[in-house]
Write a protein that binds this ligand. Structure first.
Ligand code: UD1
Ligand code: UDP
Length: 425
């Protein structure tokens, strides 16, 4: 199997690093491509260096631009490259414009796409990332969903269960592997014995509008504890353009992964609008407050480690103070279990891909028989079905409903009387 790994922004490099490590440990040769969406040293190359990855074999150098410019330019160049190198599978992660470009380019020339972190939904269609996720998922043949909830999101959009693999999130692998490395490598660094909060902000909907950004910053300036803020270049540009001055919040340049993990690990609380940082916070057991109105990581909120504060200044201040002042709530948030797996997701992904490849099923194909039409039915599990595993049935099950709650139809799930199943005949 010869995969093409496309990783073009900070979070993609971090989250695909465990997959790359697993590919290397399986002895699988892969090509590494970046569209060049992130090009600054501290948004891209630093991660290649720290995570000990090979330099990209190809850089399309798309750079910054409008949504359509970035997506279409990368698509054209990626298609050329895929036609020339004909990978067996294109591996992408997440929801950036580069992921969308790679996914559309690949499926249209019948190269299967494996989407890592599939099925996340914020249900907010004003976010460019939501559109990218939906389209990338629907272009993919193999969908690696981090949780049962993300798997169910895919089923609800009609993606068949046999394409979906629930494997956890590679961010847990990356966090656990690199925190240890960071502690060893940076052991000489002086640790702060003062309490501090960490802040990151970069979502277009938060930083591109003057009133929204001003409101968030003014609220955070009122927090008593020191706030350390590694500033994303998008946000830096907007703060300058809007002439917003920060006084109490300490702005610093974006950090490399090892330093950032240490910074998060020593924080009292993390304030963020980042996707990956919500996941890292719960993995590190640091309480998190998300400065957004929606999250595509509802598992972190349900588990109790993350609070969705919204974006109005009063609510932000209120939520932060309520966590800082309520010891019981704070310690409950710290103790929550991470819902994204045990840190072996990269290895699981490569093992599943290798098996599919060995079976000769790693392809985009159409049926070579007349399919007719499918009929969906909702059936109550009776004594004739109870005790059977889903994989033993001679029809497809696309959902199991138990006590009104949807469950993912894992192949080895045993049916019980009282359940309902949605089937495809
Ligand atoms: C992108 C992703 C977002 C992801 C984030 C990770 C999309 C739509 N957005 O957002 O989902 O969370 O990456 O950080 O794909 N810039 C630089 N140097 C760089 C890159 C960008 O200065 O190396 C500046 C440019 O002014 C650019 C702006 O940042 O216009 C935004 O960059 P862009 O890649 O378009 O989006 P991000 O905000 O980084
Ligand atoms: N990160 C980092 N240095 C920083 C800020 C973030 O290494 O100064 C890492 C962080 O640990 C996480 C990833 O970047 O793994 C998140 O990227 P970002 O917030 O830009 O994107 P998102 O996850 O929202 O797509």
């Amino acid at each position: 199997m010869q995969p093409m790994v496309v990783a073009s922004t900070r979070p993609e490099v971090i989250k695909l690093s465990p997959v790359i490590r697993a590919l290397e440990s399986y002895g699988i040769e892969y090509s590494f491509v970046t569209t060049g969406q992130h090009y600054d040293w501290n948004l891209f190359n630093v991660f290649i260096k720290e995570l000990d990855l090979k330099e990209p074999d190809y850089n399309i150098k798309v750079g910054s631009g409008t949504q359509a410019y970035q997506t279409s330019h990368a698509m054209i160049e990626l298609e050329n490259l895929m036609l020339k190198t004909r990978p067996d599978v294109v591996i992408v992660e997440g929801d950036t414009n580069s992921v969308l470009s790679a996914s559309i380019a690949a499926v249209k020339i019948h190269i299967p796409v494996a989407h890592v972190e599939a099925g996340l939904r914020s249900f907010d269609r004003t976010m460019p990332e939501e559109i990218n996720r939906i389209l990338a998922d629907h272009c993919s043949e193999i969908l690696f969903a981090p949780t049962e909830k993300s798997g169910l999101n895919l089923l609800n959009e009609g993606i068949p269960p046999n394409k979906i693999h629930i494997v956890g999130n590679t961010i847990v692998d990356a966090t656990l592997q690199n925190l240890e490395l960071a502690k060893r490598k940076k052991s000489s660094q002086k640790k702060s014995d003062k309490e501090y909060l960490v802040l990151t902000l970069h979502r277009a909907e938060n930083v591109d509008q003057y009133r929204r950004l001003k409101g968030i910053i003014e609220a955070l300036e009122k927090i008593e504890l020191p706030i350390i803020f590694p500033v994303h270049p998008r946000t830096k540009k907007k703060l300058k353009e809007f002439k917003l001055k920060l006084e109490n919040i300490r702005m610093i340049e974006p950090l490399g992964y090892l330093n950032f993990l240490l910074l998060m690990n020593g924080a009292k609380l993390i304030l963020t609008d980042s996707g990956g940082i919500q996941e890292e916070a719960i993995t590190l057991h640091i309480p998190c407050i998300t400065l957004r109105t929606t999250t595509e990581r509802p598992e972190t909120v349900a588990a109790g480690g993350n609070i969705l504060a919204g974006v109005t200044p009063e609510r932000i201040i209120d939520k932060i103070n309520s966590v800082l002042k309520n010891k019981e709530l704070y310690s409950k948030m710290k103790k929550t279990k991470n819902p994204f797996g045990d840190g072996t997701t990269g290895e699981k992904i490569v093992s599943i891909l290798s098996d599919i490849y060995e079976r000769g099923e790693l392809k985009v194909s159409s049926q070579d028989f007349t399919q007719g039409f499918w009929e969906r039915k909702l059936i109550a599990v009776d004594s004739t079905l109870a005790g059977k595993k889903i994989e033993e049935l001679d029809f497809a099950v696309i959902k199991v409903i138990e006590k009104g709650k949807e469950k993912f139809p894992y192949p080895d799930l045993e049916l019980k009387e009282g359940q309902m199943i949605e089937t495809l005949h």
